[in-house]
Design a protein around this ligand. Structure first.
Ligand SMILES: [Cu+2]
Length: 157
């Protein structure tokens, strides 16, 4: 039994319309519905600050008798100035973490905190794009504690 040629033509036309619609809807969702873009619009100077905030995790930090571990222990970071924060493990033997005392999620950068340990010589960095006051610690060495306050700088206030 043979199918009339016109039936094939209708079938192909129907598929073409369906595929075309799907592509059109996907394109519309991607580019014309703002809510579809999960990430908020962040000013360029916050996405690309001119400076960084640096915190050293110093040798001996794993020793509970040592006072200093995250250096500086408390620091302020200004949005649009130095809101890219970099922790460097300057120890030559101990691995550490940067773990928030309670979970913090930046709307742009996502969850804050090192995934696993920061090995000796390695860094962990996080781009803060909104105000935050965060206390954090090291998971294997909970006596290691730090605080970072992310505030609006002169450029973004
Ligand atoms: Cu540690």
């Amino acid at each position: 039994m043979s199918v009339p040629a016109t039936s094939h033509a209708y079938g192909i036309a129907l598929i073409a319309v369906l595929v075309g619609s799907a592509v059109g809807i996907a394109y519309y969702q991607m580019y014309f519905i703002p809510e579809f873009n999960a990430k908020p619009i962040i000013p360029d100077k916050i996405l690309h600050p001119g400076d960084t905030t640096k915190i050293s995790i110093i040798p001996g930090a794993e020793n509970p008798q040592q006072q200093q571990n995250f250096v500086p222990k408390k620091i302020e970071s200004q949005l649009g100035v130095d809101n890219l924060v970099i922790w460097k493990n300057t120890s030559d033997s101990a691995a550490h973490t940067v773990t928030p005392d309670k979970p913090f999620k930046d709307l742009y950068s996502g969850d804050f905190g090192s995934n696993g340990v920061i090995l000796p010589g390695k860094t962990y960095q996080f781009l803060f794009t909104q105000e935050a006051k965060i206390t954090y610690h090291c998971d294997p060495h909970p006596w290691m504690k730090g605080e970072i306050d992310v505030v609006h700088g002169a450029l973004t206030s």
